[in-house]
Design a protein around this ligand. Sequence first.
Ligand SMILES: [Zn+2]
Length: 55
Amino acid sequence: MKIKLCPKCKSDKIELYAAGITGNYRCRNCDYVGPLILEKEVDERDLKNKDKNTK
Ligand SMILES: [Zn+2]
């Protein structure tokens, strides 16, 4: 699966930001707004491991 990452803070808290301008993304972590976004191919098992590490 693919996840979207913020190019500024590398957070995955990315949402579509369509207020006025279409095709932009917004980061809920650092308030970055722009059309540029990082995409990363991840394994679902990696995500589960990540969850364990953050707890
Ligand atoms: Zn960010």
